[in-house]
Design a binder for this molecule. Structure first.
Ligand SMILES: C[S@@+](CC[C@H](N)C(=O)[O-])C[C@H]1O[C@@H](n2cnc3c(N)ncnc32)[C@H](O)[C@@H]1O
Length: 176
């Protein structure tokens, strides 16, 4: 009986990871210190809009709103993590500043966003790339945790912490 329960739990976990990977990335939350480092480096302002594509438990958007007063939006496809992020936002009294949307990150409109962050697999980044190039306004910044954006020149790289920062300039040369 115990063996069946163990097999069932293992299969459920495997399926959950498999589905998340097919969506864009499995759930591997970013380190809080790394997020803090990035947010500090970005010198966030309270009038800036920050988006985390694949928000997980909402830690990136919560920290951005809590520490810098930024308007932050997370997009999360997984129901459990979406509820977790929503709960965290309510718990910390950030309603109105931080928001989490349940949905697919590829459908989110980026045209009014100042900073986009994500921690996705290389294939998902490649799929997202044309959207970043066509929708993001000049001057906006992109932070990719774990993997670089292919063929783009980064404005800042921390190889050890796997942080890759990009900026869309006027002639969009950084993304070519
Ligand atoms: C590696 S985790 C990163 C979580 C968070 N951004 C962080 O840095 O801690 C990736 C998250 O993206 C979510 N995700 C994957 N594909 C997605 C998609 N197509 N639309 C929205 N969320 C997605 C996963 O459910 C997971 O929570």
């Amino acid at each position: 009986m115990i063996l069946y329960v163990v097999i069932l739990i293992s299969l459920t976990i495997f399926l959950w990871i498999f589905i998340a990977t097919a969506w864009g990335a499995p759930y591997i939350p970013s380190n809080i210190r790394t997020i803090n480092k990035v947010l500090k480096w970005l010198e966030l302002k309270s009038d800036q809009v920050v988006v985390d594509l694949g928000a997980g438990d909402g830690r990136v958007i919560v920290l951005a709103s809590l520490l810098y007063g930024s308007k932050s939006i997370g997009v999360e496809i997984d129901s459990i993590r979406y509820v977790l992020a929503k709960f965290l936002i309510l718990l910390l009294g950030l309603k109105g500043k931080a928001t989490v949307i349940k949905g697919n990150l590829y459908n989110f409109d980026l045209s009014n966003v100042d900073i986009v962050m994500f921690s996705l697999l290389p294939a998902s980044i490649q799929r997202l790339q044309p959207k970043l190039e066509s929708q993001l306004p000049s001057g906006s910044k992109i932070v990719s945790f774990q993997f670089p954006i292919p063929s783009w020149t980064s404005a800042f790289v921390d190889e050890e912490k796997r942080i890759f920062v990009y900026e869309i300039d006027d002639n969009r040369s950084t993304c070519l």
